[in-house]
Write a protein that binds this ligand. Structure first.
Ligand SMILES: CC(C)(COP(=O)(O)OP(=O)(O)OC[C@H]1O[C@@H](n2cnc3c(N)ncnc32)[C@H](O)[C@@H]1OP(=O)(O)O)[C@@H](O)C(=O)NCCC(=O)NCCS
Length: 180
C-alpha cells in the first residue's frame, strides 16, 4: 500500500479533491446540518457552522498524516460540494482500507455515491496498491448496501446486532462488503 494520499480524481459528473478551509460553509449547508444524512451515522447533525468549521479544520490537518484518503465531492455542473468519502479505518499492515461516505439528501438517488465509490476503489486498488477495501452499513440503511453492490463490492458478512440504532434504541445488524 502506497503513501500517495488524497489526489484529485474526476468522474463524468464529479470532482473529488481535498477539503479546503473555505469549504466549511457549503459543507454545513449541504450535509452536516442535514438530519436525514446523519440518521444512520455515528455522528449527529452539526448544530452550528462553527461545528463544521472545526470538522473541516480537523480534516485539513489529517492531510499532513501518512496514508490519508479523504475527499470532498464537488458537482462539476455547479461547482457545489455535495458530500464526502474517506478512509474510516486504515491498516498498512493488512493493506486494508474501510471506506465511509455521505451526501446531502437533496443529491440522493442520482447515482453520485456509486460513481464516487467506483472511482475511489479503482484509485485505491490500482494507484495506491491497496489489496482489500471494505465498507459496512446498518441493516436499516439498505440504500448504502445498494451503493456498495453497484460499485462491484461483494457481500462478506452480517454481524448480528452489533449496533444500537440511535433512533429506536433497538439493536441492529451491521453488514460488511468488500472488494475481492
Ligand atoms: C446511502 C447514500 C450514500 C446513497 O447515496 P446516493 O447518491 O443516493 O446513491 P446512488 O444514487 O448511487 O444509489 C442509491 C441506490 O439505493 C437505492 N435506494 C434508495 N433508498 C433505498 C431504500 N430505502 N432501500 C433500498 N434501496 C434504496 C436507490 O434506488 C439506488 O439504487 P438504484 O440505482 O438501483 O435505483 C446516501 O443516501 C447518504 O449519504 N445517506 C446518508 C449517509 C449514509 O447513510 N452513508 C452511508 C453510511 S454506511
Amino acid at each position: 500500500m502506497l503513501n500517495i494520499g488524497t489526489q484529485t480524481l474526476e468522474t463524468e459528473r464529479l470532482i473529488l479533491r481535498k477539503f479546503e478551509l473555505s469549504d466549511a460553509e457549503l459543507v454545513y449547508k449541504n450535509w452536516t446540518s442535514d438530519p436525514l444524512v446523519t440518521k444512520h451515522l455515528s455522528w449527529d447533525v452539526h448544530k452550528s457552522l462553527d461545528d463544521t468549521i472545526k470538522y473541516v479544520n480537523y480534516i485539513c490537518e489529517l492531510y499532513n498524516k501518512e496514508y490519508c484518503f479523504d475527499w470532498i465531492v464537488v458537482l462539476k455542473e455547479t461547482n457545489e460540494p455535495i458530500g464526502e468519502i474517506s478512509s474510516v479505518k486504515t491498516s498498512k499492515k493488512h493493506s486494508l482500507i474501510e471506506l465511509g461516505y455521505c451526501y446531502g439528501s437533496k443529491y440522493w438517488n442520482k447515482g453520485y455515491a456509486t460513481e464516487v465509490l467506483q472511482i475511489v476503489i479503482k484509485y485505491l486498488r490500482e494507484t495506491a496498491k491497496v489489496e482489500k477495501i471494505t465498507a459496512c452499513h446498518l441493516s436499516i440503511n439498505p440504500a448504502s448496501g445498494k451503493v456498495m453492490k453497484k460499485a462491484g463490492m461483494i457481500y462478506d458478512a452480517t454481524l448480528k446486532e452489533y449496533r444500537i440504532d440511535k433512533n429506536t434504541n433497538k439493536r441492529v445488524d451491521l453488514v460488511y462488503y468488500s472488494t475481492k
